[in-house]
Design a protein around this ligand. Structure first.
Ligand SMILES: Cc1ncc(COP(=O)(O)O)c(C=O)c1O
Length: 362
């Protein structure tokens, strides 16, 4: 079958191993999955209630304009409704931006090495070239080098904080790319803030203020992390009205389902659940820091809901050994790290079991 070289050479997104699969393979009852940066709290009861109520309406299409949901987002984040678009997870928004703003077989996007894999996959699916800039030695995105490498790229994708490293960019470190955005009104600077609610760093950029200053900055947020709604598939984009109009025109109709919209509206009001998610993640990270320190395994301080650490041996072997114990973590060889592992923060019990299992297999 004749097909584009981009598609032939595609390295698809490989999701983490599922609980059912590992249960079957090793005949285990309990599985601890800390592999996909999901929210270990389980869903908010308010979201469950809203989804159950919305189930009565699933014979109907959703409101095509998502008016109520955008209004709720607008009120919560103080962003005008005409600067908001919903996506079927931020993954869809990443794909939409590439489809809309890049010309196949011609345009290029600029990313950092070891940034969230969807940028590259979506670009290649859409026959767009990708230039990837190496990380700094301290695993930080090298915004200086990225700005110097900018050559009329149509989109720069910056995950902040980054997955899988958990590193973040301060306002100061973002500045070289803000300059690029300022000097190149035809390029988009996309700040993917999937984990922003977990950031504890004081100098994390105020991206909503940046959005109001720069017409070509796009923010991506998701309900999959702090709101605990990964399975419902909904994310939202904040951008200048001109960009939003194009995205709205080109998106699939009814791209976000009735239960997902209802769930998001409920989640936006559930401050207690958000606080509990943050508390769980921050306590879990602090626990991981102290345990990994005792185990003498180097790690990066994380601003996400996961930790990136060095096993100092082949991560594939450790991954398999942990699977036999019913613990699923995420090796990151696909990002070029042979001995590193990414571990999502779970509940206290899950974290303790994961650390105990790591001690046993190492
Ligand atoms: C940096 C980053 N952006 C976006 C996403 C995807 O979010 P969604 O589930 O909304 O598609 C993830 C998911 O892990 C992520 O790590």
């Amino acid at each position: 079958m004749q097909v584009s070289e981009f598609i032939k050479n595609l390295k698809p997104y490989v999701p983490g191993r599922s609980i059912e699969e590992v249960q079957r393979q090793y005949g285990l009852k309990e599985i601890i999955k800390l592999a996909s940066n999901e929210n270990a709290l389980g869903p908010s009861s308010k979201v469950v209630e809203a989804v159950q109520l919305a189930a009565r309406d699933v014979h109907l299409y959703p409101d095509a304009s998502y008016y109520e949901c955008k209004k709720a987002l607008s009120e919560k984040y103080n962003v005008p409704a005409d600067m908001i678009s919903l996506g079927n997870g931020s993954n869809e928004s990443i794909d939409s931006l590439i489809r809309i703003f890049c010309e196949p077989n011609k345009d290029r996007v600029l990313i950092s090495q070891a940034s969230f894999v969807a940028y590259k996959v979506c670009a290649h699916v859409n026959r767009i070239y990708v230039d990837e800039i190496p990380l700094r030695e301290n695993f930080e995105v090298d915004t200086q080098k990225m700005s110097l490498s900018f050559k009329q790229h149509r989109i720069i994708f910056i995950p902040n904080p980054n997955n899988p490293t958990g590193r973040y960019l301060s306002h100061k470190n973002l500045e070289p790319l803000l300059k690029v955005a300022e000097n190149n009104p035809n390029a988009l600077l996309v700040l993917d803030e999937a984990y922003c609610e977990f950031v504890r760093a004081q100098d994390y950029p105020d991206s909503i203020a940046l959005l109001k200053k720069h017409k070509n900055i796009v923010l991506l947020r998701t309900a999959a992390k702090v709101f605990g709604m990964a399975g419902l598939r909904v994310g939202y984009m904040f951008a200048h009205p001109e960009i939003i109009q194009l995205v709205e025109k080109a998106r699939l109709p009814f791209n976000v389902s009735v239960p997902a919209v209802a769930g998001l509206k409920a989640a936006l009001q559930d401050d207690e659940y958000i606080r509990n998610s943050q508390k769980m993640v921050w306590e879990g990270l602090d626990y991981f820091y102290s345990e990994l320190k005792k185990m003498k395994l180097p790690y990066l301080e994380s601003q996400g809901n996961f930790i990136f650490f060095d096993l100092k041996k082949d991560a594939g072997i450790v991954f398999e050994d942990l699977l036999r114990k019913g613990v699923i973590l995420r090796p990151v060889k696909n990002y070029g790290f042979e001995t590193h592992m990414r571990m999502t923060v779970g509940t206290r019990r899950e974290n303790e079991i994961a650390i105990q299992s790591l001690k046993e297999v190492l």
